[in-house]
Design a protein around this ligand. Structure first.
Ligand SMILES: Cc1ncc(COP(=O)(O)O)c(C=O)c1O
Length: 422
């Protein structure tokens, strides 16, 4: 049996083989850094990452010492004021950018708004934003929000991602795509699409929510202009963790973002009536940093920063590959349909299937402490965060799912009842 470092693992046949893969996994020790119950299989790090043990002590320290005792002084004494830049610089190493190009701020949605509006301003004579239908909803809603409020003529063109490059023209201001698709887990070619946008003079913005901490990223190498991403998924920053954004150095001077709040001012504590944007990436900040959330995020980012991206990718590909292969008999017998690419070069770190009873099936699985999620209308998503998912989890998940399907135990009112969050 080949270890997990192989990007094209041979099929394993029994439970022992998966235990062996865990024994050979160079990232296995990292699971210890997370507070995961022994009897829980967590395949939802693509939605909300797990709690790093160090976040508990760090949060206690921030709350009791920095907030409780330090109070307002901590903006200076504990450097709360530079938290967004400090964490941004750590993230820069993870996404292949320069320290001065990345900052932690707001939510992904708000960052999308700020950067999309800024991009349109940078291309004032152009009237198109190109994106894809079925992009993560907030991306589409925000782009429409920009169109409605920008005060200049803008048309949102939605075309399937494989056709995007044909639709970029001299009238395109911005191309905005999600690098790894939230439903299918399909990964787009960042370098190629960015080059196609540049060939027509358009700017390129990437949503890295399902990429950061899941696949290796090289924004500078791909020549990306703008990017945004979540902190609470593979970065394990905690529920509602602040997001991040990236602006390529060459755009920093000219970029003007619409939410010109005091944290983006060149000298916030001059308390001037007039806004003067900070010269660097700080100009993309708006209001007061959410210090508690940002402090928790920093712990997750610190763990991710220690990981070799190639080892992360190797394990992610092996986990997704083994899972798909274990699932093949269930697809044939029970009607699951794979929507994630088998081709490794275009696969992120999740595997999704459609099934007409997907919601109830996922609830039945969750009732057994195996957590994935469901996305309407019919998609079961399984996320494989390489830092803490074990190979044996794959085996146990597929065995449990097989039993649920064989006994039709998903077919109960309790599993059909829709929760607000799916
Ligand atoms: C691709 C993508 N973009 C944006 C978001 C939303 O981010 P936020 O809620 O931080 O605005 C998500 C959330 O899951 C997402 O998957």
């Amino acid at each position: 049996m080949t270890p997990s470092t192989s990007a094209s693992p041979e099929m394993t046949v029994n439970q022992t083989d998966f235990h062996d893969l865990d024994k050979q996994d160079p990232l296995a020790h990292l699971r210890e850094e997370f507070d995961l119950a022994q009897d829980l299989i967590y395949l939802n790090g693509n939605s909300l990452g797990v709690l790093p043990k160090a976040a508990k002590t760090r949060m206690a320290e921030v709350i009791e010492k920095e907030w409780g005792q330090g109070l307002i002084r901590s903006w200076n004494t504990h450097n709360w004021i530079t938290l967004p830049q400090r964490i941004g610089a750590k993230l820069a190493g993870i996404i292949g950018a320069q320290d001065k190009e990345v900052i932690v701020a707001d939510s992904t949605s708000v960052n999308l708004f700020k950067l999309a509006a800024a991009a349109v301003r940078l291309r004032p004579k152009r009237t198109k934003i190109v994106t894809e239908p079925g992009n993560f909803p907030t991306d589409l809603y925000i782009l429409n929000g920009v169109k409605n409020f920008i005060g200049q003529e803008i048309e949102i063109i939605t075309v399937p991602s494989h056709e995007v490059m044909q639709h970029i023209d001299e009238n395109t201001a911005l191309v905005c795509l999600t690098h790894v698709h939230y439903k299918s887990g399909t990964m787009l070619n960042m370098k190629e699409i960015t080059a196609a946008a540049h060939a027509k003079g358009a700017l390129m913005m990437w949503d890295l929510s399902h990429s950061t901490g899941a696949v290796p990223l090289a924004l500078n190498e791909a020549n990306a202009d703008l990017a945004v991403g979540c902190g609470y998924k593979y970065l394990n920053g905690g529920p509602g963790s602040p997001a991040f954004l990236y602006v390529a150095e060459k755009h920093l001077a000219a970029l003007e973002q619409p939410l010109s709040g005091w944290f983006g001012h060149a000298n916030a504590f001059a308390m001037s009536d007039d806004f003067e944007a900070a010269p660097g990436i700080e100009k993309t900040l708006c209001g007061t940093t959410p210090v508690l959330g940002a402090s928790a995020l920093e712990v997750g980012v610190d763990i991710m920063a220690k990981v070799d991206p190639q080892q992360l990718r190797d394990k992610s590909l092996a986990l997704t590959e083994y899972f798909m292969r274990l699932m093949e008999p269930l697809c044939e017998t029970y009607g699951f349909e794979l929507v994630t690419p088998k081709e490794q070069s275009i696969r992120g770190s999740q595997v999704s299937y459609t099934h007409p009873e997907g919601y109830a099936i996922m609830q039945a699985l969750i009732a057994q402490n195996i957590i994935g999620d469901f996305r309407a209308p019919n998609i079961l998503r399984f996320g494989f965060a390489p830092l803490y998912v074990q190979y044996i989890d794959l085996w146990n998940t597929v065995k449990a799912l097989e039993t649920i399907m064989r006994d039709a135990s998903w077919d109960q009112a309790q599993f059909r009842a829709k929760n607000k969050v799916t």
